[in-house]
Design a protein around this ligand. Sequence first.
Ligand SMILES: *Cc1c(COP(=O)(O)O)cnc(C)c1O
Length: 368
Amino acid sequence: MEQQIPMVDLRAHFAPLRAEILEGVGEILDQAGFILGAHGRSLEAELSEYLGVAHGVGCASGTDALLLALRALDIGPGDEVIVPTFTFIATAEAVRYVGATPVFADVDAEYFCVTAESVAPLISKRTRAIIPVHLYGQPAPMPELLQLAEQHGIPLIEDMAQAIGARFNDQRVGSFGRLACVSFFPSKNLGGAGDGGMVFTQDEALATRLRGLRNHGSWQTYEHEVLGYNSRLDEIQALILRKLFRQMDEYNAGRRRAAGLYDAALQDLSLQVPMRRAGAEHVFHQYTIQIDERDALRARLHAEKIGCGVYYPIPCHQQRAFADLAPSHCPVAERLKERVLSLPMFPELSSAQVERIAGVIRAHLQGG
Ligand SMILES: *Cc1c(COP(=O)(O)O)cnc(C)c1O
C-alpha cells in the first residue's frame, strides 16, 4: 500500500523545532507574562523590518487584521470596499463586520488576482479602499493597482495572508499598500500553533490607532476613546512564530523547489500549471493547476490517498452569506471554480512524493 500524501504536513514542519519551542514555552510559563509582552513586540519589529515597513501590530487572526485595518481607516456604513470575489471569505467578511459593503471584482485566469481593468469599473464615489489578495502566494499586480488607487485617492489594503515573503520587483508584498494584513493560521507560509495575525503600515498614526483598536479602543489603561476589540497576539504564539520566522525564507524556498519539481513532472500533460508573474517571486502557499473535468481527477487523487483541495469552490459573490448584496458579474471566477485544483504543497515535500503525485495524474489523464 502506498503511503498517503497530505495537503500539508504540519507534524513534519514542527518536529525539528519541538524541543526549542517547549523550552521557550516553559520560560513564558515561569515568567507568567502572557499578553502584549516582549515576544510580541520583537515579532512585530522583526517582521516589519523584513518587509521593509515601519510598523507591525500583532492581533488575534488574519481576519481581525483586516477588520482592524478597515477600522483604522474609519471605514463603516455607507462605504464600499472593492475585494476579489475569488478569495477566502475573510477578505469580504471583514468589510461586512465594519458595516461597509464589499464590491466584488473578478480576477484574471492566469494569475488568479484582481487587475486594474477588473477594479476600475467598480470604483464609485463611495469606494473607500481596495483590498487586493496575493492569492496562493503570487503577488497581485501592484504597480497598476497602486496607480489606479492613487488616481482616485483610494488606499490599498494588501491581503497577504497567503504570501508572506513574496516579492514584486524586488520589493516585499506588504510594503506596497497603505496597510497590509497577514495571517498566522497554522497552514499559512508563516503559520503558528494556533490563530494569529498582524497589520503592517508605514504610517505611524495608523499604527498607533491599530494598537488601541486591538486592545478595546484603549490607548491609556481603562480609558476607552472608541469601541475596539479584544484582538491581541499572545506571547506563546509570538514565541513560536519567531522561531519559525528564522527559517521562513528556507521554507518558502522549499515550496518553490517543490513547485519546480511539479512543473517539470506535469509539463507535457493536458493541464495548466501555475503561471508566474514576470518580475515576481511566488511563495507557493498553494500549487494550483487548472484542468478540465477537475472533479474526476480530485476523486482519483483521493482514492490514491493523495490530498488535494479546491480553493475556492464558491466565489464570494455566489456565497449565501452575501445573497443580500447586488448581483456581481464575475465570469472568470465562475469558470475557475470548476477548474482549479491545489496539490499537496509544503516545504518538506520530497521529489519522490511529487513523482508519485504526477504519476497518478498522468495515469488518470492517459486513461490508466
Ligand atoms: C487565511 C486567510 C485569511 C484569514 O486569516 P485567519 O487567520 O484564518 O483569520 C484572510 N484572507 C486570506 C486570503 C486567507 O487565505
